[in-house]
Design a protein around this ligand. Sequence first.
Ligand SMILES: [Zn+2]
Length: 340
Amino acid sequence: MLNAKLKEIQTSLEEKISHITGLSQLEQIRIFYLGKKGELTLLRKQIKDVLEEERPKAGQMINDVCKKVEHYLEEKKLFLLNKEREERLKNEILDVTLPAKRKQLGHQHPNQKILEEVEQFFLSIGYEIIEGPEVEYDYYNFEALNIPADHPAKDEQDTFYISDQIVLRTQTSPVQIRTMEKGRLPIRMIAPGRVFRSDEVDATHSPSFHQIEGLVVDKGITFADLKGTLIAFSQMLFGSDTQVKFRPHHFQFTEPSAEVDVSCFRCKGKGCKLCKGSGWIEILGCGMVHPNVLRACHIDPDEYSGFAFGVGLERIALLKYEIEDMRLFYENDMRFLKQF
Ligand SMILES: [Zn+2]
C-alpha cells in the first residue's frame, strides 16, 4: 500500500518537474510534496497506523523518497539557473568589430571666431576689454553721447523702451561713457557686446546683434592715430594688401566723423557681386570723440582728445565668410556651424 503510494508520488514528481520552466514553479512543487500539508508529510503522519515492526522500514522508505524529491528539485534548480545565465550572456553579447558611432565635435560660431580675432588684435596693442550692461539708462545710451531728446534714433521704432528712462542699449557706445566717467586716464579699450533694435528680421537685420566699440582717450590723440589703428585693424581682418578709405560722415558723438571702406577682398577692387560692383565695402564708423561727450564725462577737451569706432560683429562675419543671410547665425543649424 505504502509502496504503491510512494511509487505514484515519484512518477508524478518526475512528470511535474519535466514541465517546469521557471524557478518560482520549483517552490510550488516543494510545498506540494514537502510542505506542512505536503503529500510526503501527510504520509509520514500516517506511519503510526502501520504495524509496529514495519514502522522503521516504512519510515526509511518515506525518507528515501523525500531525499529523492529534494535531489530532483536541486538538480532542476541548477539547470534553470544555468539556462538563465546563458540567455543573459547571449543578450549582452558585444560585437567589437561593429563600427563606432562618430562623436560630433563642437564648432566655434562664426561670430565667436571673429570676436576672438578682434580681441586678440586689440589686446596685442595694449587695449583693455570692458563690458557694460545690456539694459541701460536712456542717459548713457543717448544723452551723454550728445544725442538730443528729439533725435530720430530715439524713435520708438528703433529703440526697445523698458520705461521712460530705461532702454535695451541700441549700441555699445554707452560703455565708453561709463569708462570715461570713472576718470582713469588714459583709456584704450574695446567693448564687445549684444545690442538691440526693434528691427524686422530679414537677411541683413535682426532685433539683436553684436557690436564692438573702441575708444582711446589721451593727451595729443589725433585723427592720424585713428587712421593708423583702423588701417592696421582692417588689414588684420581682410589681408595685408587691403586698401582703406575714410569717407566723411556724421555721428552725434564724434566730430569729425567718418565711415571706413575697405577694398573688396574678393575682387581686389575690380568690382563684383559682394561689393556691388564698386570695389569697396563699408565696414565701420568712427571719429574723434565730440568735445560735448568729453565734457559730459568731466574730461577737459582742451587737455585730452580721443577717437572712437564701432563695428558690427555680424557684418564682419557675413563679409569675411561670404554668408548671405544673417538669420543663419541664430538658427544653430549644425550643417551651417560645421563649416567654421
Ligand atoms: Zn568685389
